[in-house]
Structure formats: C-alpha cells, structure tokens
Design a protein around this ligand. Structure first.
Ligand SMILES: *Cc1c(COP(=O)(O)O)cnc(C)c1O
Length: 227
C-alpha cells in the first residue's frame, strides 16, 4: 500500500481553517490504497475514468462519495448517473442537458460543476470565461433543468512554474464564480469552487477555492500517463 497517511493528516490540518473540502484523487490506484484513506475517515474520492469508477464503486464501501473529475462522454453518463456524487467536468450545455436527461430517467438530481478553461494549455477542456457566464445565465434564467443541480465551477490552472500566471488564473476563476453567484436566479446551492491540485492547492485556497482535488501528494506518482 502506497498511501501516505501522515501526509493525509497533515493536509487535513492545513485545510481545516478555511473549511476546504478534500477530494482524494485515486485514479489508477488500487482499491487497497483508497481503503487506507477510508480507514482514516476520508469519504470523498475523485476518479477520471468511467470504467474504473464503476469497478471501484462496486467493490468499495457504499458511503463513499464519488466525484467524477475527468472528461465525460455523453454516452457514458448512464453508467454513473445513479450513484455519482458530483460531476466536476461539465464542459458544454449539450453535456449538461444529456446529464439532465439521464437524471430524469432515473428520477435523480445530479450534482454538477461547470468546468472552465483557465490554463494556457490548449488541451484542457472547458468553457472559456465568457461562455461559462453565458451558460450560467441560461441555466439560472432560462428554462429550468429539472434533474441537474449546478453547484459551482471547476478549473485547472496551467501546469507551470510561473506562480504569478497560476495565481492570475485562479483569480480569474474566483471572480467569475462570484459574478455567477450574484446573478439573478442563481440558487444558494451554487457554492462550490473546485480548484487546486497537489502542486498548487495552497495558492488555490488563498485565492478562494473551497474544494481541492489532490492525488499524487497522497498516493504517490501515478503509473500510467494521461492520468
Ligand atoms: C489527476 C487530477 C487531479 C489530481 O492531480 P495531482 O496533481 O495528482 O494532485 C486533480 N484534478 C483533475 C481534474 C485531475 O485529472
């Protein structure tokens, strides 16, 4: 087992003053590693791949809250719709509508975050800032979507040594988050700002994050790329 329990406890202490929620990102890691943190009380786990998430949800304790943090394809929503706690990576209105449709089928409201592209890299998915604002206006002021709850925003900063660049990206996302919160029609349940990973969570919290997604710091480096 390669989970670092001391690091986990240390991290929890660090997050406590700000009340930040920790998502333990367990993609590619074996069930025993997740159980190692579960035994310490961790309930929120993040996964990127639908197949892997399904297998883990099947095998592991039922009170785990599963966060889907990867890129979700519409045709795979049905596999996780019945149990996923929060889908972080909703990057189009089309996907949100497809999730709503699946929710309707099983009469479950599915929690979602809009993913916003804040990084310089071309490869990261998401709405750009303007599109996300427009989407939020549509969601909160247009025809209501009955089976999704849009709980907030998610973003990934540039993978960069340039701290000022990363900080600027977090600030841009926080300022968008505040703007959307204050939109007419925005519900009180729009309250989650998921930003910050192993390398930048401290800065993300300084800039207003209230949910961090931390993987390698807890579980060690991952074995396969694109993970
Ligand atoms: C893998 C991943 C993380 C965790 O990354 P670490 O650098 O290992 O903490 C967080 N968020 C997303 C969306 C990821 O894909």
């Amino acid at each position: 087992m390669s989970v670092n329990v001391a690091q986990y406890k240390h991290l929890l202490q660090e997050l406590k003053p700000s009340g930040t929620t920790l998502i333990a990102v367990s993609k590619t890691k074996p069930n025993e590693d997740l159980l190692g943190l579960y035994a310490e009380g961790q309930k929120d786990f993040g996964e990127n791949y639908v197949q892997e998430l399904m297998a883990k949800a099947e095998a592991l304790p039922k009170d785990i809250r599963w966060h889907f943090i990867g890129h979700l394809q519409s045709n795979k929503i049905k596999y996780i719709a019945s149990f996923v706690h929060l889908i972080h990576g909703v990057d189009s209105m089309k996907l949100l509508e497809a999730i709503n449709k699946e929710g309707k089928k099983i009469d479950r409201k599915i929690n979602c975050l809009l993913q916003v592209h804040i990084a310089q890299e071309e490869t990261k998915f998401g709405f750009d800032l303007q599109e996300a604002l427009a989407a939020a206006q549509t969601i909160f002021q247009g025809e209501p979507l009955s089976h999704v709850v849009v709980c907030g925003l998610m973003g990934m900063a540039s993978f960069s040594e340039d701290e000022e660049q990363v900080r600027k990206e977090f600030q841009a996302l926080k300022s968008l988050f505040d703007k959307i919160k204050n939109l007419e029609g925005a519900p009180a349940t729009f309250d989650t700002l998921s930003m910050g990973m192993s390398g930048d969570y401290r800065m993300a919290i300084e800039e207003g994050s209230n949910m961090v997604r931390v993987g390698s710091l807890l579980f060690g480096a991952r074995n396969y790329p694109n993970a």
